[in-house]
Design a binder for this molecule. Structure first.
Ligand code: UDX
Length: 459
C-alpha cells in the first residue's frame, strides 16, 4: 500500500466536470477516491462557479478557467448550444494554458478526466499526449439510449409505443428521456447529451458513475461497443466507506446548505417518520405543480423536510410555510447525504436525477418518483419496476401530479404494504452499493486498475 501510494503520487489527474451541481458532485467524489489511492488531483471549474460555490472541504486542489461567461455562467447564454460553443472557444485555450501553468510549477498533469458534455477536452488531452478519460455522469441505461440516437440507430420521432434496444428490457415511449417522449423539447440540451458520444471511442478509459450489479446487462452490452468501467456510487466516503470515515470533505456546493436547522429538526423526529422532498438543482416546477405538491405533503399528514430553492420559493401557496410549521420544514438547500442517512427519514419524494437516485439506492431510502425531464423518466421506470425501490406518482393528462397522488404514494410507502416490500429491497441495494466500493468490490477493483495503469504510464 505504502509503495503504491508513493508510485501513484507521480500521477496527476486534472478532473474537469461540466459546471453544474449534478456533474460536480460525482466528479469531486471520484477525485477524492483517486486521491485516497495516492493520485494527485486538481479539479477545474469555471470562474463563475468558483465565485459562487461553498467549499465545504479542501482535500482537492481547485483551479479555475473562464468559460467566457464569468458573470452569469450557463444562465448568461441563450441556450445550451450557444453556451457549449462559447465555452469550447474560450475554455479550450484556457485549459491548455492551465496545463502549461501546472507543468511550469512542477506539477505536470498526465491525465485528464473529462465530462463528455465537454467532448473537446478529449482532443486537448490527446493533442497534449495525456491519458484521456471520459467520466459518464448518468446511468448506462440512459447512455445506451443516447448512444443509439447519436449513431442514427434509433429513428425519431418514435413511431412505435414500445422501444426495443440491446441491453435494455422493452421500454415504453413514456419511459424514454424527455427529449424523446416529448419530441422537439429542449433540442439544444438533447444535442449536448448526444454530443457525449461524438468522440468517446478515442478515450483511453471510459468510467461511469454507476454500480455494475445495478445495471449489469446494460453495462455488459455497452462495454462491447465502448469498453467502460463502473466506479460508482460516487457517494462521499464518510457515508459508505469505513476506510475513509474520518473524511469530512463535503465537496463543492453551488447552493448554501442550511446544515444546522435541518439536523436539529430531524434530530427531534422519530425514526422513519419524515418525508424528504427535493427536485435537485435544476428542475423548475410549474406553479400549479408546486402547489399540488405542497397540498399533497400536507394531505399525507406526515412530517416533511422540503428543499425549495430560493428561485422557486414564490411558487409556494400563500402562508404555506407559516401554516405548516408543526409538520414541515422548508429550506433552500440541505446536505442531502446527511438528510438521506438520517434515521428520521423514511421516504424521499424525488425528481429522480441520477445522483439522487443512486444516493437513495445506496442508503436504502424508498422513493416516490416525480420525474420532470431529461433522464428522470427512465430512472423512475427502473426505480419502480426493476429495482423496486419506489412508487411512481401518477400524472394527469396535463402531465401534473395531483395532491391525492402525492399523498397516496407517501402513505403507501410510510404505512402500506408497498413500503414493507420496498424496505426489504432497500437492504439489498444498500449492501450492494457498499460492497462495490469496499476493497475488492466491482467499483473498487476498477478504480485500482485505472490507478495502476496511470501509474505505469506516468513512471
Ligand atoms: C441534473 C439532472 O437534472 C439529472 O437528471 C441528471 O441525472 C444529473 O444532472 P440535478 O437535477 O441537480 O442533476 O439532480 P441530481 O442528479 O439528483 O443531483 C443533485 C445533487 O445535489 C445530488 O448529489 C444531491 O445530493 C445534491 N443536493 C440536492 C444537495 O446536496 N442538497 C439539496 O438540497 C439537494
Amino acid at each position: 500500500m505504502e509503495k503504491d501510494m508513493i508510485n501513484a503520487s507521480r500521477a496527476h489527474c486534472l478532473v474537469f466536470p461540466y459546471p453544474a451541481q449534478g456533474h460536480i458532485n460525482p466528479m469531486v467524489e471520484f477525485s477524492k477516491r483517486l486521491k485516497h489511492k495516492g493520485v494527485e488531483v486538481t479539479l477545474v471549474t469555471t470562474h463563475f462557479i468558483s465565485k459562487n460555490i461553498q467549499k465545504e472541504g479542501n482535500s482537492i486542489a481547485l483551479e479555475t478557467i473562464s468559460d467566457g461567461y464569468d458573470e452569469g455562467g450557463r444562465a448568461q447564454a441563450e441556450n445550451d448550444q450557444t453556451y457549449l460553443e462559447h465555452f469550447e472557444r474560450v475554455g479550450s485555450k484556457n485549459l491548455i494554458e492551465l496545463l502549461e501553468k501546472l507543468s511550469r510549477s512542477g506539477r505536470p498533469v498526465n491525465c485528464i478526466v473529462y465530462d463528455p458534455f465537454l467532448p473537446w477536452a478529449l482532443d486537448i488531452a490527446k493533442d497534449s499526449e495525456l491519458v484521456a478519460v471520459a467520466f459518464l455522469t448518468q446511468s448506462i441505461v440512459v447512455d445506451i439510449i443516447y448512444y443509439h440516437v447519436s449513431k442514427g440507430e434509433m429513428k425519431l420521432p418514435l413511431l412505435e409505443p414500445e422501444v426495443l434496444l440491446p441491453g435494455l428490457p422493452p421500454l415504453e415511449a413514456q419511459d424514454m428521456p424527455s427529449f424523446i417522449y416529448k419530441w422537439g423539447s429542449h433540442p439544444d440540451t438533447f444535442d449536448m447529451l448526444l454530443g457525449q458520444f461524438s468522440n468517446i471511442e478515442k478515450a483511453d478509459w471510459v468510467l461511469c458513475n454507476t454500480v455494475y450489479e445495478l445495471e449489469q446487462e446494460a453495462v455488459d452490452w455497452m462495454s462491447k461497443i465502448i469498453p467502460m468501467r463502473t466506479v460508482g456510487p460516487t457517494i462521499p466516503s464518510m457515508f459508505l466507506d469505513k476506510q475513509l470515515e474520518n473524511d469530512k470533505d463535503y465537496g463543492l456546493s453551488i447552493f448554501k446548505p442550511n446544515v444546522d436547522a435541518c439536523l436539529k429538526w430531524l434530530n427531534d423526529r422519530s425514526k422513519g417518520s419524515v418525508v424528504y422532498v427535493s427536485v435537485g438543482s435544476m428542475v423548475i416546477l410549474e406553479v400549479e405543480q408546486m402547489q399540488e405538491l405542497a397540498w399533497g405533503l400536507r394531505m399525507s399528514n406526515n412530517y416533511f423536510l422540503w428543499v425549495v430553492r430560493a428561485s422557486e420559493e414564490a411558487k409556494l401557496p400563500k402562508n404555506f410555510v407559516e401554516e405548516t410549521l408543526e409538520k414541515g420544514l422548508v429550506v433552500q438547500w440541505c446536505r442531502q447525504l446527511e438528510v438521506l442517512t438520517h434515521e428520521a427519514v423514511g421516504c424521499f419524494v424525488t425528481h429522480c436525477g441520477w445522483n439522487s437516485t443512486l444516493e437513495a439506492l445506496s442508503f436504502g431510502v424508498p422513493m416516490v418518483a416525480m420525474p420532470q425531464w431529461t433522464d428522470q423518466s427512465t430512472n423512475a421506470k427502473y426505480i419502480t419496476d426493476f429495482w423496486k425501490m419506489g412508487l411512481k406518482a401518477p400524472m394527469d393528462e396535463k402531465g401534473l401530479v395531483r395532491r391525492e397522488g402525492v399523498a397516496h404514494c407517501i402513505r403507501e410507502i410510510m404505512e402500506g404494504e408497498s413500503g414493507e416490500e420496498i424496505k426489504k429491497n432497500a437492504f439489498k441495494w444498500r449492501k450492494l452499493a457498499k460492497e462495490a466500493l469496499d476493497k475488492g468490490g466491482s467499483s473498487d477493483k476498477n478504480i485500482e486498475k485505472f490507478v495502476a495503469n496511470l501509474v505505469a504510464r506516468s513512471s
